[in-house]
Design a protein around this ligand. Structure first.
Ligand SMILES: *[C@@H]1O[C@H](CO)[C@@H](O)[C@H](O)[C@H]1NC(C)=O
Ligand SMILES: *[C@@H]1O[C@H](CO)[C@@H](O)[C@H](O)[C@H]1NC(C)=O
Ligand SMILES: *[C@@H]1O[C@H](CO)[C@@H](O)[C@H](O)[C@H]1NC(C)=O
Ligand SMILES: *[C@@H]1O[C@H](CO)[C@@H](O)[C@H](O)[C@H]1NC(C)=O
Ligand SMILES: *[C@@H]1O[C@H](CO)[C@@H](O)[C@H](O)[C@H]1NC(C)=O
Ligand SMILES: *[C@@H]1O[C@H](CO)[C@@H](O)[C@H](O)[C@H]1NC(C)=O
Ligand SMILES: *[C@@H]1O[C@H](CO)[C@@H](O)[C@H](O)[C@H]1NC(C)=O
Ligand SMILES: *[C@@H]1O[C@H](CO)[C@@H](O)[C@H](O)[C@H]1NC(C)=O
Ligand SMILES: *[C@@H]1O[C@H](CO)[C@@H](O)[C@H](O)[C@H]1NC(C)=O
Ligand SMILES: *[C@@H]1O[C@H](CO)[C@@H](O)[C@H](O)[C@H]1NC(C)=O
Ligand SMILES: *[C@@H]1O[C@H](CO)[C@@H](O)[C@H](O)[C@H]1NC(C)=O
Ligand SMILES: *[C@@H]1O[C@H](CO)[C@@H](O)[C@H](O)[C@H]1NC(C)=O
Length: 611
């Protein structure tokens, strides 16, 4: 404290005397001999008096770092001639305007130079050339002019920060050509209006390049030809309108690419095709993006995709390669429908933001597995129907936002903590979804088309209308990814096949009556599975023609529809409706009787019920 007062009074008297001076107060800071100095140099002299309070093992000779307060329009060469072993010099916010007079000529060991928040206008030739600089900060200055030899001989430089020189810097073609060790180049908000494709040609070690908040509208071909090491490229908040097809071709190790808030209208289909390691792609807030559907096809490593505010309307097929996607943001676009299987590849999705679109229906068939989902934000849509399986699949779902929608306004940060209360709040959405008949066509395949059903809420039957020549298959399962569903029901009778019920692929009931399907007219069936007993009715008949007691070994959360593999093309046309068996009065009698027997522990003989 005493020392500070002394220094202050010295400075005041010096100011009065118009004497330029540097007063250095030496001390160990983190075991480093440090000179915190006051500089007063209104006339920009180079050769001024330096006084100090050297202690035994922290003399001028020993000083490794120096940190300035005060003001000076230049960096007096006296600093380096008095402190020749400096490794770090910090002169921020002291009003430096120029770097004339080779101020660092005697600082051969200088590694770190922090000159941010000054008013430096130009970088002269060779000004840093005789140092060992590894880091230079020139952010928030008034830089416009760089001599083409400004950074010559800085073979060890790893970080160069010239952010926020917003008057507009002019970079000579070869200005960075000696910076072979440079890892971070920060040139944000520097008013760059055009590019020279040679600027980065020698920067083979570059890991981070920040060119955000500039004014260029395109990037010349081959600009990033040498940037194989680059991991992070920031081109955000600029005026980019077009990006040539090959721009990112050689940046094969890129992990993060930020292009948000530009004026890009179109992305070339091959623009991202080399970026197989990319994890984070930010494209939000561009203009009215019309994107070819296969543009993301190579991005197998992508974890986060930001696509908000792009006036996106159609997303069919966009995400079919993104098997590592965890976060998707499509907020504030014009999406109306999310086609089936849009996100099927993304089996580990955690955060989904579809807010501020025009979506009316949320169907789990648009997604793959949602077991990892923790956040679902769909606020401000027109949602009137929700597949319950979308929100019930994940036991770790926490954040749910349905505010400003039609069938629910649910908004919570703790969905999984009171799941049944929140599911009740969405019941109107589920009911509207479940009451709507499913219409589809299936072709010969071993793969089922899966749909959810709320058995636990009493939805324990299906009404199936089907037009087909060959047999059709209906599966009951607790998951959509079983290759062999627990229960399969085959209906139809052609070419010696029979209608039957299979338990894990083994026929447990066969119907030998003629019950052929018709390819020109719908036939109607009801399949129920109350009390663990599967029964298959032909519509209009009081008794089932097939039945099987699965004895509550299987729970039914999904049903699947498919057409058998056949030598000829085989097609089926379906209308399937979810039902509550208790609402089909006539057929429910059979189950009512079974319920009665179950309550009295009377063994069930299914033959008593079958036609
Ligand atoms: C000023 O610089 C000259 C050489 O240019 C040197 O001889 C002289 O000692 C310096 N004066 C101070 C006060 O450092
Ligand atoms: C400097 O000297 C003091 C007193 O002799 C000693 O305690 C301290 O460890 C020394 N520091 C260094 C970095 O040599
Ligand atoms: C640096 O820029 C600031 C803000 O634009 C301005 O006030 C100041 O006069 C400039 N200084 C020089 C030396 O150009
Ligand atoms: C760059 O763009 C910004 C924002 O549009 C503008 O304010 C600035 O004047 C431009 N600078 C140059 C050098 O064109
Ligand atoms: C790059 O700089 C060279 C040399 O100054 C010049 O000939 C060339 O036109 C520049 N290219 C661009 C795209 O500005
Ligand atoms: C990619 O690198 C090769 C080899 O260095 C070079 O010939 C080619 O021009 C580069 N391509 C682009 C688009 O930068
Ligand atoms: C969004 O796209 C639609 C049609 O694709 C177009 O009518 C509308 O003008 C676009 N909006 C904006 C802000 O570009
Ligand atoms: C947006 O895209 C649509 C369809 O490509 C086009 O018709 C419309 O003119 C675009 N709007 C703007 C503002 O670019
Ligand atoms: C919103 O809900 C109301 C009442 O349930 C219904 O009349 C209307 O058609 C729904 N709007 C949309 C867009 O689904
Ligand atoms: C589905 O049922 C099978 C038995 O068929 C069981 O092994 C499996 O754990 C169940 N899976 C889920 C997700 O409930
Ligand atoms: C299928 O679902 C089970 C859980 O029921 C899961 O353990 C398994 O990984 C899933 N298989 C695939 C291919 O996703
Ligand atoms: C059905 O299967 C047959 C035989 O495998 C095949 O030739 C035919 O193309 C398939 N039809 C459809 C519509 O998939």
């Amino acid at each position: 404290m005493l020392l500070k007062l002394l220094i202050l009074s010295l400075v005041t008297t010096s100011a009065l005397a118009q004497t330029s001076i540097i007063i250095c107060s030496q001390a160990f800071v983190d075991d480093i001999c440090t000179c915190n100095f006051l500089i007063f140099n209104p006339n920009g002299f180079n050769n001024l008096t330096v006084v100090g309070n050297p202690i035994t093992n922290c003399t001028f000779e020993d000083t490794k770092q120096a940190i300035a307060m005060g003001s000076s329009p230049n960096i007096p060469s006296a600093i380096c001639s008095h402190l020749p072993n400096l490794e770090k010099l910090v002169m921020e916010n002291v009003g430096i305007i120029n770097l004339n007079g080779m101020p660092f000529r005697n600082c051969g060991n200088l590694k770190t130079l922090q000159l941010g928040n000054n008013e430096i206008v130009a970088i002269p030739a060779h000004v840093f050339s005789f140092t060992a600089l590894e880091l230079i900060e020139l952010n928030n200055n008034n830089l416009t002019t760089f001599d083409e030899h400004a950074f010559d001989n800085l073979f060890r430089l790893t970080t160069l920060n010239i952010n926020e020189n917003s008057n507009g810097i002019i970079l000579p073609e070869t200005v960075f050509h000696h910076l072979i060790s440079l890892q971070s180049l920060l040139v944000s908000n520097c008013g760059i209006t055009s590019f020279n494709s040679s600027w980065f040609a020698s920067l083979r070690s570059l890991i981070l390049l920040d060119l955000s908040r500039n004014n260029f509208s395109t990037i010349p071909e081959n600009t990033f030809r040498s940037q194989q090491s680059l991991r992070l490229l920031n081109l955000s908040f600029g005026q980019l309108e077009t990006i040539p097809e090959t721009t990112f071709q050689n940046i094969t190790n890129l992990l993060i690419l930020d292009l948000q808030s530009n004026k890009i209208k179109e992305f070339h289909p091959n623009l991202f095709s080399s970026l197989t390691l990319l994890q984070n792609l930010h494209l939000s807030d561009n203009l009215n993006v019309t994107t070819p559907s296969n543009i993301f096809r190579s991005l197998q490593s992508l974890r986060t995709l930001e696509l908000s505010s792009n006036n996106v309307t159609v997303i069919d097929g966009w995400f079919s390669s993104l098997s590592n996607l965890i976060n998707i943001n499509l907020s504030n676009n014009n999406i109306i429908t999310i086609p089936d299987n849009t996100f099927t590849a993304a089996r580990a999705l955690q955060r989904i933001n579809l807010s501020r679109n025009k979506i009316g229906i949320l169907d789990s068939r648009s997604f793959g597995s949602l077991h990892m989902m923790t956040e679902l934000d769909v606020h401000n849509n027109l949602i009137d129907e929700v597949d319950h399986s979308l929100v019930s699949q994940s036991s770790i779902l926490r954040i749910v936002n349905f505010s400003n929608n039609n069938c629910t306004q649910l908004r919570t940060d703790s969905f999984n903590e009171s799941r049944s209360v929140h599911m009740d709040a969405m019941k109107a959405c589920f009911d509207k979804f479940d009451l709507k008949p499913i219409e589809l066509q299936t072709f010969n395949s071993t793969v089922y088309n899966w749909y959810s059903i709320r058995t636990n809420d009493g939805w324990d039957a299906l009404h199936i209308s089907v037009k087909a020549y060959e047999n059709v298959h209906i599966a009951l399962s607790n998951s959509t990814n079983t290759t062999e569903p627990p229960i399969e029901i085959i209906i139809g009778q052609n070419r010696g096949r029979v209608s039957s019920i299979l338990d894990q692929g083994v026929a447990v009931f066969s119907d030998n009556n003629e019950r052929r399907l018709d390819e020109t007219a719908f036939r109607d069936f009801i399949i129920g599975w109350r009390f663990g007993i599967v029964m298959v009715f032909e519509a209009g008949e009081q008794m089932p023609f097939m039945g099987y007691n699965m004895q509550n070994r299987y729970s039914v959360d999904f049903f699947g529809l498919r057409t058998i593999i056949s030598l000829s093309d085989h097609k089926a046309e379906w209308k399937a409706s979810r039902l509550q068996m208790s609402s089909t009065k006539s057929l429910d009698d059979v189950y009512a009787d079974i319920k009665n027997k179950l309550n009295k522990n009377i063994p069930i003989d299914l033959n008593l019920y079958l036609r």
